[in-house]
Design a protein around this ligand. Structure first.
Ligand code: FAD
Length: 263
């Protein structure tokens, strides 16, 4: 079974002090720690578990600068077989559609039974690349996948819906799945494991190698453009309760009673 996993390198924003860049269309990533997009880490683990059960080959693909080799090597250390980095100044400014076009151009010539992406990227969060990629490659897909069972050439997948509902869907391969966090427990990657793959070659492909023209990618090939980023103004209504723990609890109970939260 040949599996391709698309992985993105993203800045860790949860605990960071975010500062906008000069153009106010992105964030200043200087000094930020980067890692594999969380959803993609689960997707790599899902691919490895399928390979362990079925045999086959896993290729990881990432579009971005040389630093993306870190996340590609991490995936190789987890158990992927090959890694490809897609890199070209012409890719800059690509939205999810143009990014899907870049990924599709690279993937179409690699044998694949299954393509896995994350549901969304932790930073830009379009949540659109995976399904756009499926459409461009003419593949059936399932989004928000939380469980995968394989029977012959059919995947039975669970999809997470609103309100705690789960849907069970059968998808015939070749297919694309967008993987939700929590589907598995991604394996630990040791420094030793990463050292072992330090010399493994990572193939590189440019826009020219992929026969992509400037009209298909970057800002020109994108259907959306970022107009600006801003921090929402701090709203009224937040009240910091001061005092000792007992005083805080007493005040909180009083507020909840006054506002009908508790009887
Ligand atoms: C107007 C605009 C300008 C941008 N300019 C730049 C820029 O100059 N430089 C830059 O680095 N980024 C830039 N980006 C972000 C970048 O192109 C995004 O990767 C792309 O828009 C996909 O959207 P997303 O990251 O929200 O992915 P989502 O759709 O949320 O991601 C879903 C999944 O798609 C896959 N995926 C997404 N991106 C990649 C990737 N790069 N490689 C492999 N797999 C991937 C992953 O599996 C991920 O889990 C820009 C985005 C926009 C909208």
């Amino acid at each position: 079974m040949d599996i391709i996993v698309c992985i993105k390198r993203v800045p860790e924003t949860a605990e960071a002090d975010i500062v906008l860049d000069a153009g106010k269309k992105g964030i200043d990533t200087d000094g930020m720690v980067f890692s594999i997009n969380e959803w993609d880490n689960y997707a790599v683990e899902a691919a490895i578990q399928l390979k362990e059960a079925q045999g086959g080959k896993i290729t990881v693909v990432s579009a971005g600068p040389e630093e993306n080799n870190e996340v590609l090597r991490r995936a190789l250390a987890m158990g992927a077989d090959d890694a490809i980095r897609l890199t070209d100044p012409a890719f800059e400014g690509s939205d999810a559609i143009a990014m899907a076009r870049i990924l599709a151009a690279a993937i179409k010539d690699i044998p694949h039974d299954l393509i896995l992406t994350g549901v969304q990227a932790d930073d830009d969060g379009f949540g659109g690349t995976g399904v756009a990629l499926a459409e461009m490659l003419g593949l059936p897909y399932a989004a928000l996948v939380t469980d995968i069972q394989l029977d012959g050439d059919t995947l039975t997948v669970h999809r997470e819906l609103e309100g705690g509902l789960e849907e069970v869907t059968a998808v015939k391969m070749p297919a694309l799945l967008t993987i939700q966090t929590g589907i598995n427990e991604p394996r630990y990657v040791s420094i030793m494991g990463i050292r072992k793959v330090a010399k493994k070659e990572i193939a590189e492909k440019s826009a020219g190698d992929l026969s992509l023209s400037g009209d298909d990618i970057g800002v020109k090939g994108s259907l959306s453009q970022i107009e600006g980023l801003f921090f929402p103004p701090v709203g009224e209504g937040a009240e910091i309760i001061e005092g000792t723990m007992d005083e805080k609890a007493e005040t909180l109970v009083k507020i909840l009673k006054e506002r009908g939260g508790i009887a």
